[in-house]
Design a protein around this ligand. Structure first.
Ligand SMILES: Cc1ncc(COP(=O)(O)O)c(C=O)c1O
Ligand SMILES: [Zn+2]
Length: 426
């Protein structure tokens, strides 16, 4: 799997892998209805045995192809991962390691599975910054460090790094601020007025500049944090984002989770993934594709906010050629959920599924479907899931399991099912 570049899913623009700072489709301008996807050959580079997934799967990463294109040797590329990882470990208390993925026996029993089937849970709660989010951001960081190393950083002459920027007040903000602190890179985190004070305090401790974003009279509709984030990026900040349309390089490192799952367990029949902006499910699916499209992907959203299911149904209703190419119907199929409700799974209440296209296509390819769960399922999943596994995950982190609970009667007891608990309870 050697990555040769990117292509825009919408306008087919292509970007060579050697292009530095290639965050967005070159034709996108202010239009967020473009997104770059990786172009690679179908040969899957073998895994190297190492506890660090960014070393084990290095040759599959776009970041690695970028660094190679600029003349960095394989040894120098591996050394860069290890050095950056050691710096991350100094701040986070852990570097990147394969996270546990095993059959959850008590949970499988509680949900009525047979010994042949069951629920496999991947535990991301002890990953860097307590969730999977840092996986997405680490390849953006490696890209930035490489740009500096090979002398392509436009900011070097001015002697000052541009700030990183992210709009989040949850796990993504914590991951971003942890990685930024590890290399002493300035970061601005755009948070809502009602942000969780525990998270905000941790962001301050990590040295982030936290920018509270009240809605301004002149603001267009949409999240004011996102408006301020985009203004910062327009003024020169680096989009350190976990949304593909803002920075496609987040879709590179996120795949490590799927590759790990393939390496750690025999094939399973279904995977339930909690979906907010969609980058997570897109990357899980892309990683699992290393095994072919044998797994049914179920994207899980709550009744409080379910734009992906609306797009899924809308696309099917179009029929014919239009249904076959949803990228050309972005505006008709995916738009912000009008009245976002409340849920204990508050990390997946993104009003838009920004990375909906690859998630929709992966569900189709494997015969999966979206699942929309009620709040009772969200609460039950967290209660049963955490008790049966002794993993202390948040409600957002166990929301994938809520999808299984909601669909339990349609899942055979001999089936092998996977879920990912991510996001430690705070
Ligand atoms: C623990 C956890 N799981 C899943 C998600 C959803 O990821 P995405 O927004 O990429 O769909 C999030 C996002 O905040 C999260 O914090
Ligand atoms: Zn484009």
């Amino acid at each position: 799997m050697t990555v040769s570049g990117w292509h825009c899913r919408v306008c087919a623009a292509s970007v060579d892998i050697a292009t530095p700072l290639s965050w967005r489709c070159p034709a996108a301008g202010d239009d967020r209805h473009h997104v770059l996807a990786l172009v690679d050959d179908d040969a899957v580079a073998p895994m190297v045995h190492d506890h660090n997934p960014f070393v084990a799967f290095r040759e599959r990463l776009a970041w690695d192809a970028f660094a190679a294109a600029h003349g960095m040797s394989a040894a120098a590329r591996e050394a860069m991962v290890r050095e950056a990882d050691a710096q991350v470990a100094q701040v986070a208390g852990t570097g990147f390691v394969f996270t546990p993925f095993a059959r959850a026996d008590a949970l499988s029993d509680a949900l009525g599975f047979s010994a042949a089937g069951g629920v496999w849970v991947k535990d991301e709660t002890h990953n860097v910054a307590g969730s999977h989010k840092a996986r997405h951001l680490f390849t953006i960081l490696l890209h930035l460090l490489t740009v500096e190393r090979v002398g392509l950083a436009p900011w070097t002459a001015a002697g000052q790094r541009p700030a990183l920027a992210i709009a989040s007040c949850g796990n993504a903000a914590l991951a971003a601020s942890t990685l930024a602190a590890s290399v002493e890179w300035p970061i601005r985190v755009f948070v809502p007025v009602a942000a969780n004070p525990v998270v905000v305090a941790e962001l301050h401790r990590l040295g982030a500049t936290v920018v509270e974003c009240p809605r301004l009279c002149a603001d267009p509709p949409g999240d004011p944090c996102v408006h301020r984030f985009r203004e910062a990026v327009a003024a020169g900040a680096v989009p350190f984002s976990v949304q593909g349309p803002e920075n496609a390089w987040c879709l590179d490192g996120g795949r490590t989770i799927g590759w790990e799952m393939v390496a750690q367990a025999p094939a399973f029949d279904r995977v339930f993934v909690q979906v907010g902006g969609g980058a997570f499910a897109a990357c899980v699916a892309a990683g699992l594709a290393a095994r072919g499209n044998a797994t049914r992907l179920h994207a899980v959203q709550t009744e409080a906010c379910a734009p992906l299911q609306r797009a899924w149904q809308g696309s099917a209703a179009l029929g014919g050629e239009a249904a076959a190419d949803p990228a050309q119907q972005w505006a008709e199929l995916m738009w912000p959920w009008e009245h976002v409700g409340a849920s204990a799974a508050d990390g997946i209440l993104d009003d838009e599924t920004y990375d909906w296209l690859p998630v929709l296509e992966a569900m189709r390819a494997g015969g999966g479907s979206p699942v929309v769960v009620g709040e009772a399922d969200v609460l039950q999943a967290n209660e049963v899931g955490c008790r049966a596994t002794a993993i202390d995950a948040s409600h957002t982190g166990t929301a994938g399991l809520a999808g299984l609970i909601a669909m339990r009667s349609e899942v055979g007891k001999h089936e092998r099912v996977a879920a990912i608990f991510s996001g430690i309870r705070r």
